[in-house]
Design a protein around this ligand. Structure first.
Ligand SMILES: [Ca+2]
Ligand SMILES: [Ca+2]
Length: 191
């Protein structure tokens, strides 16, 4: 039994050492569309910032950044899920990718571990992407990231709703998190 436990401890150490690369949002956990400026957008040019609107396709907010955006509607909210929990490690842990027009249609970002309680991470108004640190708000990990559009942006006529390209997990937790939880559970049983 003890040897098995030591083996588990060694597995945890190995997993920490080989922790993986970035991951991107893979699912829409919930979507509450706002009213106005709702749909998908293909970027034409960053200079000047221009896009072509089309029908709403929520998959445009998933995967690697590709200049295809979901404009979530004025006052809308989209919550995205990931293959693995996002862990707090040194520096920023979450990168939210948005359009060049976000300063005219700002939003805010929050993180959740359970889909019920969301902790604000900060505002979203910097073109292309903005980064957030889970540790700065006391979260050791998060499983969901929510982007909320601040209603009625500061540039009337130039777009109302934040355009979400994707959300990136800079510090995917698995298999580290699973190993840690398993080890903690085993150790509790052993004691
Ligand atoms: Ca961090
Ligand atoms: Ca996209």
């Amino acid at each position: 039994m003890l040897q098995m436990l030591l083996g588990a401890a060694l597995m945890v150490t190995t997993s920490v050492l080989v922790a993986g690369a970035q991951e991107y949002a893979v699912g829409v956990q919930s979507f509450l569309p706002g009213i106005g400026d709702l749909g998908s957008v293909d970027l034409i040019s960053n200079d000047p910032c221009r896009g072509n609107g089309r029908g709403l396709d929520l998959s445009d907010a998933l995967g690697a950044p590709n200049d295809k955006f979901v404009s979530i509607g004025d006052g809308g909210t989209i919550t995205l899920s990931f293959p693995n929990p996002i862990e707090d490690r040194p520096g920023a842990d979450v990168r939210v990718w948005v359009s060049c027009n976000v300063s005219c249609e700002p939003g805010d970002v929050a993180a959740s571990q359970d889909g019920i309680n969301f902790v604000p991470l900060g505002s979203l108004a910097t073109p292309f992407f903005e980064e957030y640190d889970l540790g700065s708000v006391g979260l050791p990990f998060a499983t969901l990231i929510r982007v909320h559009d601040v209603p009625s942006g500061p540039c009337p006529g130039l777009g109302l709703a934040v355009d979400v390209d994707t959300v990136e997990s800079l510090h995917p937790g698995s298999p580290v998190s699973v190993s840690r939880q398993s080890w903690a559970a085993v150790r509790t049983l052993y004691q």
